[in-house]
Write a protein of this length. Sequence first.
Length: 387
Amino acid sequence: MSTLIEVPAGLAGVAVADTAIGDVRGSEGFYHYRGVDATELARTNSLEQVWALLLDGDVGSAEGPKDFASRLRSDRLLPDPLPPLLAAIAAGSAGDDALNLLRTAVSAAGTTLALRPLWDGSEDTRRRDVVQVAALMPTLLAALHRLGNGQDLVPPRDDLGHVAHYLYVLRGEPAPEAHVDALSRYLISTVDHGFNASTFTARVVASTGADAAATMVAGIAALSGPLHGGAPSRVVQMLDDIGSIQGADQWLADTLERGDRLMGFGHAVYRGRDPRSELLRETVLGLVDTADDRGRALVELAVAVEQKALAALAERRPDRPLMTNVEFYAGVLMDVVGLPRELFSATFAVARAIGWSAHVLEQTRDRKIVRPAARYVGPQPSATAVS
Ligand code: ACO
């Protein structure tokens, strides 16, 4: 019998790969992309620049910033055979979570694009394929949403950046600049975050040499689980349930008394502040001037509930720092910029797919399949069965 190496449950703290893409320093409340503070990148750079940084280590991109932006503009166009397939996927949906529809649509897109296994491609073709699939995702999502609501597809425009284009093909009209900037900050701040479950999953599939769409479908599948992908819509639901600042203390006390969790608080890695929550709080506050009455009321309620929730958590759990996490203001931000709630988790996937594209590319440079072992704990084979 070969000797097995013991690892902690869930591989917690086990380094399973080398990466030069980014890192999370939980105890410092800090994370970065290729050595640059990620929240600072979100404040000062476009999504295209940050994508290039993740792929190539340079905001200017290896192929030049103009060429990269222009590549994204053509990559995000729906290939001809896709719209009828998307209409069928949207029509066949029995639920309201767009993430599952997106997973199916990315798989269909991979077939339509006739992608070849990454194993067979050169560095250039692998890069082209992963970027194309990730660039297509916002268009797929917007199309699924519109078709599911009986609306026509919006013809693409080539004069808009990636984030503005997502909002445009979703709504059919250009979004206010403040909304584009705010959503851009959210997307940039969530493109990558260490070796999370979906990034690891996408890399495992990449290590088998499968095609780019297969790696992204796997990433989405991992992200779709409730432990990973998505509290933002639950945060907005919680704020709806709380209803008013006056009722917040009682609602929070009752919820904690029942042993339920407050959505948007606590984090598996950060013990102090989650730097993304501060960035998004600042961004949401910057939206107040241009928000409608409903949006303003939501921001006001969120800010008040955050303070009350932090106080309630500190009182009940003095042993365990439970601070605001990224999801608290992510939900508020997406709501204020007008994204339908059922698109929140899928919009997170649109961001994370950019990180997956860089990770998949990095993984494929190492031609080694990820193939761990398991300890067999079932009954031993009987002598007769083995003979
Ligand atoms: N509200 C109330 N109590 C909480 C909360 C919370 N939000 N978070 C943790 N606790 C309590 C737990 O009940 C547990 O109590 P116990 O020791 O009496 O059992 C203790 O704090 C530790 O909880 P764990 O689940 O072990 O903490 P962990 O760090 O592994 O979990 C997690 C992190 C899953 C994010 C958790 O804090 C949580 O469920 N938060 C609410 C959901 C949420 O906001 N999810 C989004 C996370 S951000 C992201 O995924 C990108």
